[in-house]
Write a protein that binds this ligand. Structure first.
Ligand code: ARG
Length: 461
Protein backbone atom coordinates (compact mmCIF):
# COMPACT_ATOMS: atom_id res chain seq x y z
CA UNK A 1 0.00 0.00 0.00
CA UNK A 2 2.84 2.37 0.81
CA UNK A 3 5.92 0.22 0.03
CA UNK A 4 7.33 2.61 -2.60
CA UNK A 5 8.96 4.92 -0.11
CA UNK A 6 10.58 2.14 1.92
CA UNK A 7 13.77 0.22 1.29
CA UNK A 8 13.05 -2.60 3.72
CA UNK A 9 10.09 -4.81 4.63
CA UNK A 10 8.44 -3.97 7.96
CA UNK A 11 9.29 -6.20 10.91
CA UNK A 12 6.97 -9.22 11.16
CA UNK A 13 6.17 -8.56 14.80
CA UNK A 14 5.41 -4.93 13.99
CA UNK A 15 3.03 -5.93 11.17
CA UNK A 16 1.11 -8.14 13.58
CA UNK A 17 1.05 -5.36 16.18
CA UNK A 18 -0.65 -2.96 13.77
CA UNK A 19 -3.29 -5.32 12.39
CA UNK A 20 -6.92 -4.68 13.18
CA UNK A 21 -8.47 -7.22 10.81
CA UNK A 22 -9.33 -9.63 13.65
CA UNK A 23 -11.78 -7.14 15.09
CA UNK A 24 -12.64 -4.70 12.31
CA UNK A 25 -13.74 -7.35 9.78
CA UNK A 26 -17.26 -6.84 11.11
CA UNK A 27 -17.23 -3.39 9.51
CA UNK A 28 -17.37 -5.01 6.06
CA UNK A 29 -21.03 -4.14 5.21
CA UNK A 30 -20.40 -0.47 5.95
CA UNK A 31 -17.04 -0.45 4.19
CA UNK A 32 -18.59 -1.96 1.07
CA UNK A 33 -21.45 0.58 1.14
CA UNK A 34 -18.96 3.44 1.52
CA UNK A 35 -16.79 2.10 -1.29
CA UNK A 36 -19.80 1.65 -3.60
CA UNK A 37 -21.01 5.18 -2.83
CA UNK A 38 -17.49 6.55 -3.38
CA UNK A 39 -17.25 4.73 -6.70
CA UNK A 40 -20.58 6.37 -7.72
CA UNK A 41 -19.07 9.73 -6.82
CA UNK A 42 -15.94 8.93 -8.86
CA UNK A 43 -18.14 8.06 -11.84
CA UNK A 44 -19.98 11.37 -11.55
CA UNK A 45 -16.65 13.21 -11.21
CA UNK A 46 -15.37 11.54 -14.41
CA UNK A 47 -12.62 9.56 -12.64
CA UNK A 48 -14.25 6.20 -13.45
CA UNK A 49 -15.79 5.28 -16.80
CA UNK A 50 -19.23 3.68 -16.89
CA UNK A 51 -17.83 0.22 -17.55
CA UNK A 52 -15.14 0.53 -14.87
CA UNK A 53 -17.82 1.61 -12.43
CA UNK A 54 -20.08 -1.35 -13.19
CA UNK A 55 -17.22 -3.82 -12.93
CA UNK A 56 -16.34 -2.40 -9.52
CA UNK A 57 -19.98 -2.49 -8.47
CA UNK A 58 -20.38 -6.14 -9.42
CA UNK A 59 -17.14 -7.08 -7.70
CA UNK A 60 -18.25 -5.32 -4.52
CA UNK A 61 -21.49 -7.29 -4.58
CA UNK A 62 -19.53 -10.52 -4.92
CA UNK A 63 -17.23 -9.51 -2.05
CA UNK A 64 -20.28 -8.79 0.10
CA UNK A 65 -21.66 -12.27 -0.65
CA UNK A 66 -18.28 -13.87 0.10
CA UNK A 67 -18.11 -12.02 3.41
CA UNK A 68 -21.67 -12.98 4.32
CA UNK A 69 -21.31 -16.70 3.55
CA UNK A 70 -17.84 -16.94 5.04
CA UNK A 71 -16.09 -17.84 1.77
CA UNK A 72 -14.00 -14.63 1.71
CA UNK A 73 -10.39 -15.66 2.06
CA UNK A 74 -8.40 -13.35 4.27
CA UNK A 75 -4.68 -13.11 3.44
CA UNK A 76 -1.85 -12.55 5.91
CA UNK A 77 -1.24 -9.22 4.17
CA UNK A 78 -4.73 -7.94 5.07
CA UNK A 79 -3.97 -5.34 7.72
CA UNK A 80 -7.53 -4.18 8.19
CA UNK A 81 -10.94 -4.52 6.55
CA UNK A 82 -10.29 -1.62 4.17
CA UNK A 83 -7.10 -3.13 2.76
CA UNK A 84 -8.69 -6.60 2.60
CA UNK A 85 -11.60 -5.36 0.49
CA UNK A 86 -9.38 -3.29 -1.79
CA UNK A 87 -6.98 -6.23 -2.24
CA UNK A 88 -9.87 -8.52 -3.25
CA UNK A 89 -11.33 -5.85 -5.53
CA UNK A 90 -8.04 -5.64 -7.44
CA UNK A 91 -7.90 -9.46 -7.62
CA UNK A 92 -11.38 -9.47 -9.17
CA UNK A 93 -11.23 -6.52 -11.59
CA UNK A 94 -7.54 -5.80 -12.00
CA UNK A 95 -5.77 -2.49 -11.44
CA UNK A 96 -8.93 -0.53 -12.09
CA UNK A 97 -10.03 -1.72 -8.63
CA UNK A 98 -7.28 0.44 -7.15
CA UNK A 99 -8.95 3.51 -8.64
CA UNK A 100 -11.47 3.59 -5.78
CA UNK A 101 -8.61 4.85 -3.65
CA UNK A 102 -8.56 8.06 -5.69
CA UNK A 103 -9.17 11.07 -3.46
CA UNK A 104 -10.06 8.85 -0.54
CA UNK A 105 -7.98 7.87 2.47
CA UNK A 106 -8.51 5.14 5.01
CA UNK A 107 -8.85 8.02 7.45
CA UNK A 108 -12.14 9.35 6.07
CA UNK A 109 -13.14 5.81 5.16
CA UNK A 110 -12.81 4.33 8.64
CA UNK A 111 -14.52 7.38 10.16
CA UNK A 112 -17.41 6.83 7.76
CA UNK A 113 -17.63 3.06 8.47
CA UNK A 114 -17.63 3.71 12.20
CA UNK A 115 -20.44 6.25 11.95
CA UNK A 116 -22.56 3.85 9.91
CA UNK A 117 -21.88 1.12 12.48
CA UNK A 118 -22.92 3.43 15.33
CA UNK A 119 -26.14 4.46 13.57
CA UNK A 120 -27.03 0.80 13.12
CA UNK A 121 -26.05 -0.11 16.68
CA UNK A 122 -28.14 2.72 18.17
CA UNK A 123 -31.15 1.45 16.26
CA UNK A 124 -30.71 -2.14 17.51
CA UNK A 125 -30.04 -1.13 21.11
CA UNK A 126 -32.97 1.31 21.00
CA UNK A 127 -35.33 -1.43 19.84
CA UNK A 128 -34.19 -3.88 22.51
CA UNK A 129 -34.49 -1.17 25.19
CA UNK A 130 -38.06 -0.39 24.14
CA UNK A 131 -38.92 -4.08 24.25
CA UNK A 132 -37.71 -4.31 27.83
CA UNK A 133 -39.72 -1.20 28.70
CA UNK A 134 -42.83 -2.86 27.29
CA UNK A 135 -42.21 -5.98 29.35
CA UNK A 136 -41.69 -3.94 32.52
CA UNK A 137 -44.94 -2.08 31.84
CA UNK A 138 -46.80 -5.39 31.39
CA UNK A 139 -45.37 -6.78 34.62
CA UNK A 140 -46.23 -3.52 36.43
CA UNK A 141 -49.80 -3.74 35.16
CA UNK A 142 -50.04 -7.28 36.53
CA UNK A 143 -48.71 -6.29 39.95
CA UNK A 144 -50.30 -2.89 40.30
CA UNK A 145 -52.34 -4.11 43.30
CA UNK A 146 -49.39 -5.69 45.15
CA UNK A 147 -47.87 -3.66 48.00
CA UNK A 148 -44.27 -4.34 48.99
CA UNK A 149 -41.91 -2.73 51.47
CA UNK A 150 -40.09 0.21 49.92
CA UNK A 151 -36.53 0.71 51.14
CA UNK A 152 -34.06 3.50 51.72
CA UNK A 153 -30.57 2.46 52.87
CA UNK A 154 -31.97 -1.06 52.26
CA UNK A 155 -33.97 -0.59 55.48
CA UNK A 156 -37.76 -0.89 55.33
CA UNK A 157 -39.08 2.62 54.76
CA UNK A 158 -42.65 2.95 53.48
CA UNK A 159 -44.99 0.65 51.58
CA UNK A 160 -45.07 1.09 47.80
CA UNK A 161 -46.77 -0.72 44.97
CA UNK A 162 -44.65 -3.32 43.20
CA UNK A 163 -45.91 -1.88 39.91
CA UNK A 164 -44.64 1.53 40.97
CA UNK A 165 -41.15 0.12 41.59
CA UNK A 166 -41.08 -1.67 38.22
CA UNK A 167 -42.13 1.52 36.44
CA UNK A 168 -39.14 3.35 37.96
CA UNK A 169 -36.95 1.29 35.61
CA UNK A 170 -39.10 2.24 32.61
CA UNK A 171 -38.29 5.87 33.33
CA UNK A 172 -34.56 5.14 33.60
CA UNK A 173 -34.62 3.35 30.26
CA UNK A 174 -36.57 6.22 28.72
CA UNK A 175 -33.73 8.58 29.64
CA UNK A 176 -31.32 6.10 28.06
CA UNK A 177 -33.31 6.23 24.83
CA UNK A 178 -32.82 10.01 24.78
CA UNK A 179 -29.08 9.47 25.18
CA UNK A 180 -29.14 7.00 22.28
CA UNK A 181 -30.91 9.59 20.15
CA UNK A 182 -28.20 12.10 21.01
CA UNK A 183 -25.50 9.58 20.12
CA UNK A 184 -27.31 8.88 16.87
CA UNK A 185 -27.46 12.59 16.07
CA UNK A 186 -23.75 13.04 16.75
CA UNK A 187 -22.90 10.21 14.33
CA UNK A 188 -25.23 11.43 11.61
CA UNK A 189 -22.75 13.45 9.55
CA UNK A 190 -20.75 12.28 6.53
CA UNK A 191 -16.94 12.41 6.90
CA UNK A 192 -16.22 10.76 3.52
CA UNK A 193 -14.70 13.29 1.16
CA UNK A 194 -12.36 14.66 3.82
CA UNK A 195 -9.41 12.75 2.35
CA UNK A 196 -6.50 12.07 4.70
CA UNK A 197 -7.11 15.39 6.48
CA UNK A 198 -7.11 18.24 3.95
CA UNK A 199 -10.18 17.37 1.90
CA UNK A 200 -10.48 15.52 -1.40
CA UNK A 201 -9.22 16.97 -4.69
CA UNK A 202 -11.92 15.03 -6.56
CA UNK A 203 -14.91 17.25 -7.36
CA UNK A 204 -17.46 15.07 -5.57
CA UNK A 205 -20.86 16.30 -4.53
CA UNK A 206 -20.68 15.45 -0.83
CA UNK A 207 -24.35 16.28 -0.27
CA UNK A 208 -25.34 13.61 -2.79
CA UNK A 209 -22.81 11.22 -1.26
CA UNK A 210 -24.34 11.86 2.18
CA UNK A 211 -27.90 11.14 1.12
CA UNK A 212 -26.76 8.05 -0.76
CA UNK A 213 -25.31 6.68 2.50
CA UNK A 214 -28.26 7.85 4.60
CA UNK A 215 -26.53 10.72 6.44
CA UNK A 216 -28.54 13.87 7.02
CA UNK A 217 -25.54 16.20 7.26
CA UNK A 218 -22.04 16.65 5.78
CA UNK A 219 -18.99 17.34 7.96
CA UNK A 220 -17.79 20.92 7.50
CA UNK A 221 -14.14 20.61 8.51
CA UNK A 222 -11.94 17.87 7.08
CA UNK A 223 -9.29 18.10 9.82
CA UNK A 224 -11.94 17.59 12.49
CA UNK A 225 -13.92 15.01 10.52
CA UNK A 226 -11.12 12.43 10.19
CA UNK A 227 -10.28 12.49 13.88
CA UNK A 228 -13.65 13.15 15.53
CA UNK A 229 -14.73 10.22 17.67
CA UNK A 230 -17.15 12.16 19.88
CA UNK A 231 -19.95 10.02 18.46
CA UNK A 232 -18.17 6.92 19.81
CA UNK A 233 -18.00 8.53 23.26
CA UNK A 234 -21.65 9.58 23.12
CA UNK A 235 -22.65 6.03 22.19
CA UNK A 236 -20.48 4.50 24.90
CA UNK A 237 -21.97 6.89 27.44
CA UNK A 238 -25.51 5.89 26.45
CA UNK A 239 -24.50 2.20 26.64
CA UNK A 240 -22.88 2.73 30.04
CA UNK A 241 -26.05 4.32 31.38
CA UNK A 242 -28.15 1.44 30.05
CA UNK A 243 -25.84 -1.03 31.80
CA UNK A 244 -25.90 1.01 34.96
CA UNK A 245 -29.71 0.86 34.97
CA UNK A 246 -29.76 -2.84 34.08
CA UNK A 247 -27.29 -3.41 36.90
CA UNK A 248 -29.59 -1.70 39.40
CA UNK A 249 -32.53 -3.77 38.15
CA UNK A 250 -30.32 -6.88 38.44
CA UNK A 251 -29.46 -6.05 42.01
CA UNK A 252 -33.15 -5.61 42.80
CA UNK A 253 -33.99 -8.99 41.28
CA UNK A 254 -31.08 -10.68 43.08
CA UNK A 255 -32.36 -9.35 46.40
CA UNK A 256 -35.98 -10.23 45.63
CA UNK A 257 -35.19 -13.85 44.82
CA UNK A 258 -33.13 -14.40 47.97
CA UNK A 259 -34.93 -16.49 50.61
CA UNK A 260 -34.81 -13.51 52.95
CA UNK A 261 -36.91 -11.37 50.59
CA UNK A 262 -38.64 -14.25 48.83
CA UNK A 263 -40.59 -11.91 46.56
CA UNK A 264 -39.53 -13.44 43.24
CA UNK A 265 -39.06 -16.90 41.77
CA UNK A 266 -36.91 -16.99 38.67
CA UNK A 267 -38.08 -19.22 35.86
CA UNK A 268 -35.99 -22.41 35.56
CA UNK A 269 -34.96 -21.36 32.05
CA UNK A 270 -33.29 -18.22 33.42
CA UNK A 271 -31.59 -19.55 36.56
CA UNK A 272 -28.71 -21.91 37.33
CA UNK A 273 -28.06 -24.56 39.92
CA UNK A 274 -25.04 -25.45 42.01
CA UNK A 275 -22.65 -28.30 41.28
CA UNK A 276 -22.36 -28.92 45.02
CA UNK A 277 -25.53 -27.76 46.78
CA UNK A 278 -28.53 -29.55 45.31
CA UNK A 279 -31.10 -27.08 46.65
CA UNK A 280 -29.61 -23.98 44.99
CA UNK A 281 -31.25 -21.82 42.34
CA UNK A 282 -28.98 -18.96 41.44
CA UNK A 283 -29.65 -15.65 39.65
CA UNK A 284 -26.55 -15.85 37.43
CA UNK A 285 -28.14 -13.80 34.64
CA UNK A 286 -28.65 -10.63 36.72
CA UNK A 287 -25.29 -11.21 38.40
CA UNK A 288 -23.48 -11.35 35.06
CA UNK A 289 -25.27 -8.23 33.88
CA UNK A 290 -24.21 -6.46 37.08
CA UNK A 291 -20.64 -7.70 36.51
CA UNK A 292 -20.52 -6.75 32.83
CA UNK A 293 -21.49 -3.19 33.71
CA UNK A 294 -17.90 -2.59 34.81
CA UNK A 295 -16.68 -3.76 31.45
CA UNK A 296 -18.88 -1.32 29.50
CA UNK A 297 -17.97 1.56 31.81
CA UNK A 298 -14.33 0.56 31.21
CA UNK A 299 -14.85 0.82 27.46
CA UNK A 300 -16.11 4.39 27.83
CA UNK A 301 -13.16 5.34 30.01
CA UNK A 302 -10.75 3.63 27.66
CA UNK A 303 -11.92 5.61 24.60
CA UNK A 304 -12.07 8.90 26.51
CA UNK A 305 -8.52 8.33 27.71
CA UNK A 306 -7.29 7.34 24.25
CA UNK A 307 -8.66 10.57 22.73
CA UNK A 308 -7.26 12.92 25.32
CA UNK A 309 -4.32 14.92 24.00
CA UNK A 310 -4.28 13.59 20.41
CA UNK A 311 -2.76 16.15 18.08
CA UNK A 312 -4.76 16.88 14.94
CA UNK A 313 -5.66 15.11 12.76
CA UNK A 314 -5.73 11.31 12.30
CA UNK A 315 -3.41 9.30 14.55
CA UNK A 316 -3.15 5.54 14.67
CA UNK A 317 -4.29 5.65 18.30
CA UNK A 318 -7.78 6.04 16.83
CA UNK A 319 -7.74 2.38 15.78
CA UNK A 320 -8.17 1.65 19.49
CA UNK A 321 -11.75 2.96 19.37
CA UNK A 322 -13.06 -0.25 17.85
CA UNK A 323 -12.70 -3.08 20.36
CA UNK A 324 -14.23 -1.09 23.26
CA UNK A 325 -17.14 0.09 21.11
CA UNK A 326 -17.85 -3.32 19.57
CA UNK A 327 -17.55 -5.08 22.90
CA UNK A 328 -19.87 -2.57 24.58
CA UNK A 329 -22.53 -2.88 21.87
CA UNK A 330 -22.41 -6.70 21.99
CA UNK A 331 -22.48 -6.74 25.79
CA UNK A 332 -25.45 -4.37 26.00
CA UNK A 333 -27.45 -6.27 23.37
CA UNK A 334 -26.80 -9.57 25.16
CA UNK A 335 -27.61 -8.07 28.56
CA UNK A 336 -30.87 -6.54 27.32
CA UNK A 337 -31.90 -9.91 25.86
CA UNK A 338 -31.10 -11.78 29.09
CA UNK A 339 -32.91 -9.16 31.18
CA UNK A 340 -35.89 -9.41 28.85
CA UNK A 341 -36.02 -13.21 29.32
CA UNK A 342 -35.60 -12.92 33.08
CA UNK A 343 -38.16 -10.18 33.71
CA UNK A 344 -40.81 -11.59 31.39
CA UNK A 345 -40.78 -15.01 33.07
CA UNK A 346 -40.12 -14.36 36.77
CA UNK A 347 -42.99 -14.97 39.19
CA UNK A 348 -43.96 -12.63 42.00
CA UNK A 349 -45.08 -14.13 45.33
CA UNK A 350 -48.14 -12.10 46.38
CA UNK A 351 -48.54 -13.97 49.67
CA UNK A 352 -44.96 -13.16 50.64
CA UNK A 353 -45.49 -9.51 49.67
CA UNK A 354 -48.44 -9.39 52.06
CA UNK A 355 -46.38 -10.92 54.87
CA UNK A 356 -43.54 -8.48 54.34
CA UNK A 357 -45.75 -5.41 54.41
CA UNK A 358 -47.57 -6.59 57.56
CA UNK A 359 -44.46 -6.53 59.68
CA UNK A 360 -42.30 -3.67 60.80
CA UNK A 361 -43.07 -0.02 61.18
CA UNK A 362 -43.46 1.14 57.62
CA UNK A 363 -46.55 3.23 58.37
CA UNK A 364 -44.98 5.09 61.30
CA UNK A 365 -44.67 8.17 59.05
CA UNK A 366 -48.43 7.96 58.47
CA UNK A 367 -49.03 8.22 62.19
CA UNK A 368 -46.92 11.39 62.23
CA UNK A 369 -48.86 12.64 59.19
CA UNK A 370 -52.07 12.04 61.16
CA UNK A 371 -50.81 14.21 64.03
CA UNK A 372 -49.86 16.91 61.53
CA UNK A 373 -53.42 16.75 60.14
CA UNK A 374 -54.48 17.57 63.72
CA UNK A 375 -52.39 20.76 63.62
CA UNK A 376 -49.26 19.44 65.32
CA UNK A 377 -45.95 20.59 63.81
CA UNK A 378 -44.03 17.81 62.09
CA UNK A 379 -40.95 17.75 64.37
CA UNK A 380 -43.21 17.29 67.40
CA UNK A 381 -45.26 14.63 65.59
CA UNK A 382 -42.01 12.86 64.62
CA UNK A 383 -40.87 12.87 68.26
CA UNK A 384 -44.15 11.42 69.56
CA UNK A 385 -44.24 8.63 66.95
CA UNK A 386 -40.59 7.90 67.68
CA UNK A 387 -41.63 7.23 71.27
CA UNK A 388 -44.47 4.98 70.10
CA UNK A 389 -42.01 2.95 68.00
CA UNK A 390 -39.57 2.77 70.92
CA UNK A 391 -42.39 1.48 73.15
CA UNK A 392 -43.38 -1.15 70.57
CA UNK A 393 -39.79 -2.36 70.17
CA UNK A 394 -39.40 -2.68 73.93
CA UNK A 395 -42.67 -4.58 74.28
CA UNK A 396 -42.28 -6.72 71.19
CA UNK A 397 -45.31 -5.20 69.47
CA UNK A 398 -46.06 -3.72 66.05
CA UNK A 399 -47.96 -0.47 65.51
CA UNK A 400 -50.99 -2.52 64.52
CA UNK A 401 -51.06 -4.25 67.92
CA UNK A 402 -51.72 -0.96 69.70
CA UNK A 403 -55.30 -0.12 70.62
CA UNK A 404 -56.73 3.36 70.99
CA UNK A 405 -56.09 3.41 74.77
CA UNK A 406 -52.42 2.56 74.36
CA UNK A 407 -51.99 5.16 71.63
CA UNK A 408 -53.62 7.90 73.68
CA UNK A 409 -50.89 7.57 76.29
CA UNK A 410 -48.48 9.21 73.83
CA UNK A 411 -50.77 12.06 72.78
CA UNK A 412 -54.41 12.91 73.44
CA UNK A 413 -54.71 13.39 69.68
CA UNK A 414 -54.07 9.70 69.05
CA UNK A 415 -56.97 7.24 69.22
CA UNK A 416 -59.43 5.28 67.02
CA UNK A 417 -59.06 7.55 64.05
CA UNK A 418 -55.27 7.53 64.19
CA UNK A 419 -55.24 3.72 64.08
CA UNK A 420 -57.13 3.97 60.78
CA UNK A 421 -54.15 5.77 59.23
CA UNK A 422 -51.85 2.87 60.00
CA UNK A 423 -53.03 0.39 57.39
CA UNK A 424 -50.89 -0.17 54.30
CA UNK A 425 -53.89 0.55 52.07
CA UNK A 426 -54.56 3.95 53.59
CA UNK A 427 -50.86 4.79 53.56
CA UNK A 428 -50.70 4.05 49.83
CA UNK A 429 -53.97 5.81 49.04
CA UNK A 430 -52.81 9.06 50.62
CA UNK A 431 -49.88 9.38 48.20
CA UNK A 432 -51.91 10.50 45.23
CA UNK A 433 -49.91 13.54 44.09
CA UNK A 434 -48.28 13.20 40.68
CA UNK A 435 -45.54 10.57 40.84
CA UNK A 436 -46.76 9.03 44.12
CA UNK A 437 -47.54 5.40 44.83
CA UNK A 438 -51.33 5.66 45.34
CA UNK A 439 -53.07 2.96 43.27
CA UNK A 440 -55.09 5.52 41.30
CA UNK A 441 -51.99 7.58 40.57
CA UNK A 442 -49.93 4.54 39.54
CA UNK A 443 -52.76 3.49 37.22
CA UNK A 444 -52.59 6.95 35.67
CA UNK A 445 -48.79 6.71 35.34
CA UNK A 446 -49.15 3.32 33.67
CA UNK A 447 -51.54 4.80 31.14
CA UNK A 448 -49.21 7.69 30.48
CA UNK A 449 -46.18 5.43 30.04
CA UNK A 450 -48.06 3.12 27.73
CA UNK A 451 -48.99 6.11 25.60
CA UNK A 452 -45.41 7.39 25.75
CA UNK A 453 -44.06 4.04 24.50
CA UNK A 454 -46.65 3.70 21.74
CA UNK A 455 -46.25 7.30 20.63
CA UNK A 456 -42.48 7.00 20.70
CA UNK A 457 -40.69 8.15 17.62
CA UNK A 458 -39.55 5.26 15.47
CA UNK A 459 -36.34 3.71 16.75
CA UNK A 460 -33.34 5.91 15.96
CA UNK A 461 -31.79 5.27 12.60
N1 ARG B 1 -7.26 0.42 10.75
C1 ARG B 1 -7.18 1.86 10.80
C2 ARG B 1 -8.09 2.37 11.93
O1 ARG B 1 -8.87 1.62 12.39
C3 ARG B 1 -7.63 2.44 9.52
C4 ARG B 1 -7.05 3.77 9.22
C5 ARG B 1 -5.60 3.66 8.93
N2 ARG B 1 -5.06 4.92 8.54
C6 ARG B 1 -3.75 5.17 8.55
N3 ARG B 1 -3.39 6.34 8.22
N4 ARG B 1 -2.90 4.25 8.93
O2 ARG B 1 -8.00 3.51 12.35
Amino acid sequence: MWGGRFGEEPDVLFIEFGKSISFDARLYPYDIDCTAAWSDALLEAGVLSGSEHSRIDEALELIEREMADGSFEFKPSDEDIHTAIERRLVELVGTVGGKVRTGRSRNDQVACDMRLFVLHACELVGMATEELQETLIERAQETVDVAIPGHTHLQQAQPVLLGHVLLAFVHMLERDLSLLLEADASADSLPLGSGALAGTPVPVDREVLASRLGFSAVSQNSVDAVSDRDFVCATLFALTMIMSHLSRLSEQIILWCSQEFGLVQLDDAWATGSSLMPQKKNPDGPELIRGKTGRVTGSLVSVLTMLKGLPLAYNRDLQEDKEPLFDAVDTVLDSLAVMQGTVSTMRFDRQRARELTRSGFMTATDLADFLVSRELDFPEAHRIVGEVVHYCLKNDKTLWDLDAEELKKFSPLLGEEAAGWLSVESSLARRGAIGGTAPREVARQLDELRRMIEGDEPPPL
